[in-house]
Design a protein around this ligand. Structure first.
Ligand code: HEM
Length: 459
């Protein structure tokens, strides 16, 4: 059977005896998956750079000019957040999720492609409706419906794959191996994302039927943000940290019980936050952040050498710093729960979590894994990688320190620092996007057959 036919047959769900699938067919399938992942990554980079960060930067300029949040439409702030969290991080997570699933049956192309089209259209539509308010009563629920269907497709594709099983002894019933904790953390984050999308769907229907703007009211938005930050972003990064950091940084394996405890504290914190118990949630989440940092041994001496081939030598430093931001974010959450008046401490806490923790981790680990998953040998430039990490860290430091000072009226010079922080972060984001685009455009293919010189040498 010809290669393309084999793949299309598999796409249609037809059974092909394993021995009739050639090595070429498997390579072609892997290449298809890599291309699909590249599409997710490029879409994510687009949402991160333009609808996400550029809008965030322009919001920050408006806030700094008017010395407060009052002059800015909440729909713009929420449009920025939606592009970053759904458009960027969500696209990366869905792309890596589909890439990691075993490739057989319908999941090779049809389901990931449908999910991709629905997700990207949904996120773009939401951004447009939030910013321009054009027919938002129709577009906002429509976008939420697309996003909900996309997530349901993802969850059903993921649940169709069997968990690892082993048979002990002859004739024994298959025994299910306990799931590794990193997987549990990733599953919790998937459930968190599904809950977030469902929350968003219900709220969008309500807004379209009863409200005068596509923005969630403040009180409800605060609850939604707890689910977004601690129900989705935090556990997804913890899961992938537990999976990859020990190998990349030469660290011992995570401590199991503290890791499980951190997940339980996080779940309780999210439930408390969504129920509106702000102080209880803040305390539970700070305990969870400290416990997970201890469990992952982030600030302990490594037991082996870090793997820095193909990335900048500063990689081990920048892969640890996000956990400092995690603890700062959670600590500021407690401060905000007791003392915030103008949204400055909450804003600083949220920024420490979204930019300091989540975005910094993606910028540190992304150049190590994304080129490889996308079928490219290594990142285009390690210097660009270093420059973007440095810019993001400096911008984040200035933003998190000056936001409470400015918004809460503690020091007026901080209003002048905020635009500088935004400019540095924007610079970091654009360099990251450029480095990734250049990697996929000009990087050396990871498939040996695409590298004529090496292929010839190997032959
Ligand atoms: C890198 C440059 C960024 C800039 C300049 C920026 C700017 C802003 C601004 C001005 C706000 C308005 C409220 C406030 O001051 O706290 C905001 C809110 C927010 N941002 Fe960002 N941001 C950036 C990156 C990110 C990233 C990477 C994420 C997520 C991964 C993110 C998620 C959010 C969220 C969730 C909110 C709260 C939205 C709400 O109140 O509903 N931001 N951002």
């Amino acid at each position: 059977m010809v290669l393309e036919e084999q793949i299309h047959a598999a796409d249609r769900g037809n059974t092909i005896a394993p021995d009739t699938i050639s090595v070429e067919a498997i390579t072609a399938r892997e290449r298809l998956k890599s291309r699909m992942l590249r599409a997710w990554i490029l879409a994510g980079l687009f949402f991160m750079a333009l609808p996400g960060t550029l809008l965030g930067f322009s919001n920050l300029l408006a806030i700094s000019t008017h010395h407060g949040l009052g002059a800015l439409s909440p729909a713009w702030i929420q449009g920025h957040a939606h592009a970053q969290v759904y458009g960027w991080i969500g696209s990366f997570v869905l792309g890596i999720g589909f890439y990691s699933q075993p490739s057989h049956g319908k999941s090779v192309l049809r389901v990931p492609l449908s999910c991709f089209i629905l997700w990207v259209t949904g996120v773009a539509t939401r951004w447009y409706a939030n910013i321009y308010s054009w027919h938002w009563q129709v577009l906002v629920p429509l976008s939420a419906t697309f996003e909900l269907i996309a997530i349901l497709l993802f969850v059903s594709a993921a649940s169709g794959h069997k968990l690892p099983e082993s048979v002990r002894g002859t004739g024994a019933k298959p025994k299910r191996e306990p799931m590794e904790l990193w997987m549990v953390s990733v599953l919790i984050s998937t459930a968190g994302l599904a809950a977030l999308v469902l929350f968003n769907f219900v709220e969008c229907l309500r807004l379209a039927a009863t409200a005068v703007s596509p923005a969630r009211p403040h009180g409800l938005d605060q609850r939604y943000l707890v689910l977004l930050g601690w129900g989705f972003l935090a556990p997804v990064v913890w899961g992938f940290s537990a999976r990859w950091l020990p190998a990349f940084l030469g660290m011992a394996k995570p401590r199991q019980r503290p890791f499980a405890l951190a997940l339980i504290l996080d779940l309780c914190g999210v439930l408390a936050g969504v129920a509106g118990w702000v102080m209880g949630a803040a305390v539970l989440l700070v305990l969870s952040a400290g416990t997970v940092t201890f469990a992952l041994r982030i600030f302990e001496l490594p037991i082996g050498k870090a793997k820095t081939q193909g990335v900048h030598p500063s990689f081990p430093f920048f892969a640890r710093i996000p956990y400092l931001w995690l603890v700062i974010a959670a600590g500021m959450g407690v401060w905000a729960a007791f003392a915030d008046h103008q949204g400055g401490i909450w804003g600083g806490s949220r920024h420490a979590l979204t930019v300091g923790f989540a975005a910094s981790m993606v910028f540190a680990i992304g150049p190590r894994i994304l080129p490889h998953f996308g079928g490219i040998y290594r990142v285009f430039s390690t210097r660009l990688m270093f420059a973007c990490l440095l810019l993001l860290q400096t911008g984040c430091f200035l933003r998190v320190t000056s936001e409470p000072l400015a918004y809460e009226g503690l020091a007026s010079f901080a209003w002048k620092v905020l635009p500088v922080s935004g400019m540095l972060e924007l610079g970091g984001v654009l360099l990251f996007a450029a480095n990734m685009v250049l990697t996929f455009a000009f990087g050396q293919s990871a498939f040996a057959a695409d590298r004529p010189v090496e292929a010839a040498a190997a032959a």
